[in-house]
Design a binder for this molecule. Structure first.
Ligand code: ZN
Length: 375
């Protein structure tokens, strides 16, 4: 191990039964031949972290948390501090985003690079998606609220010099929206509707749709002030609608000459009612696609006959692939994916509690709340 790497590090630990992480000294993790050690420079916080910290067992009791005391942190970015003997492609000093995805890395899906399909699919330092995540957590329990973290080499994606660590710490939700739009094959001819356009996920959808060349982006949300900021990102390509002004049918039909949108991406906040999802679903054109990546919970009655007759596909999207991450890095490097609209609100590791409270004062998705573990 590099002599510059200390034996101990500071980490924010969440103890069982507590909702307040505390900073303590723990061992810097070791790495094996296939892993890297990352010096974490920034780790993003998204609104759902409040659910994870405060009420997970009642929200999603079947999705396991990492073992306690837990080092959480979904979206870390930093520098490679050490590499295992068999790691190729990254070297000490490289700037990287660390995907939280941990998988078995041995099944047929992992062999194909389709990590999202692995039965062991787990977010390190956040939550798992099945009881199999408990096996993954034996090696990869921790996230980015620590000075260093261990990661398998497949989880790191190099980021371009022009992408700050703070911006990279937002990669998760931008990538979730980006991956959803890729699955819907958004391109230059596409008219995309983003439902929940001013939130953390939705703004990622707007920025990604612009980067992918979408002809028109229709942003729907409630807050008119935030919608003005969304519109200002690309006034000639973006149209916005506030749900406070009533149903959006006439507005969408006017823009699309009555055809409907090619793709609707649902980025609604956690706990949103099904009606909001259905309102955008019904505005998708014949042969179009609706992708749900948002927080609608509960059963939704889908008009399957109408969907079949019109050939409309309904997809779900959860996170993004390593390929998506590479593409996003390239798009940031070329300037097509422009993240300059984000305002970074940064906190030291000891201010994690305060950072979680920062959601009350944020400007929708424009505020990027980030922890700096070395401060
Ligand atoms: Zn697998």
């Amino acid at each position: 191990m590099d002599t510059l790497i200390p034996e101990k590090m500071r980490a924010a630990l969440l103890h069982e039964g507590s909702t307040s992480p505390v900073v303590d000294d723990i061992d810097v993790p070791d790495i094996d031949d296939e892993e890297v050690l990352v010096r974490v420079r920034a780790c993003g916080i998204v609104p759902n972290l409040l659910n994870v910290v405060r009420r997970w067992s009642t929200v999603f009791p079947d999705l396991p948390l990492p073992p306690f005391p837990a080092v959480l942190g979904l979206d870390p970015a930093g520098e490679i501090a050490d590499v295992g003997a068999r790691v190729k492609g990254v070297k000490v000093g490289d700037r990287v985003y660390v995907s939280p995805i941990r998988t078995c890395n041995t099944c047929r899906h992992c062999a194909d690079g389709d990590y999202l399909a692995c039965a062991h699919y787990t977010f390190s330092g956040y939550f798992g998606f099945s009881p199999k995540s408990r096996e993954i957590y034996k090696r990869y329990p921790s996230g980015g609220f620590a000075e260093y973290m261990r990661a398998p080499s497949y989880a790191v994606a190099k980021i371009p010099d022009r992408m700050s660590f703070d911006a990279a710490a937002r990669m998760g939700y931008i990538g979730t929206a980006y991956g959803a739009l890729r699955r819907a094959e958004v391109g230059p001819e596409t008219v995309v509707l983003i439902n929940g356009a001013s939130g953390t996920l939705g703004l990622g959808g707007v920025l990604s749709a612009l980067a992918l060349g979408a002809r028109r982006v229709l942003g729907v949300a409630r807050n008119r002030t935030l919608l003005e900021r969304v519109k200002a990102l690309a006034p000639e390509r973006i149209e916005t609608w506030s749900t406070e002004d009533g149903p959006m049918d006439k507005w969408v039909n006017g823009i699309t000459d009555g055809e409907g949108v090619d793709v609707a991406l649902d980025c609604l906040p956690f706990g949103s009612p099904p009606e909001l999802f259905l309102s955008s679903l019904m505005l998708v054109r014949r042969g179009g696609v609706v992708v749900n990546a948002g927080g609608v919970v509960g059963d939704v009655s889908l008009p399957l006959d109408t969907l079949m007759i019109k050939g409309i596909s309904v997809l779900s999207s959860n996170w993004f692939t390593p390929k998506d991450a590479r593409e996003m890095s390239a798009l940031v490097d070329s300037g097509a994916l422009d993240l300059s609209a984000l305002t970074h609100q940064t906190y030291a590791l000891s201010q994690l509690e305060q950072a979680l409270s920062g959601f009350d004062s944020r400007q929708g998705g424009f505020t990027n709340i980030v922890i700096h573990p070395h401060e």
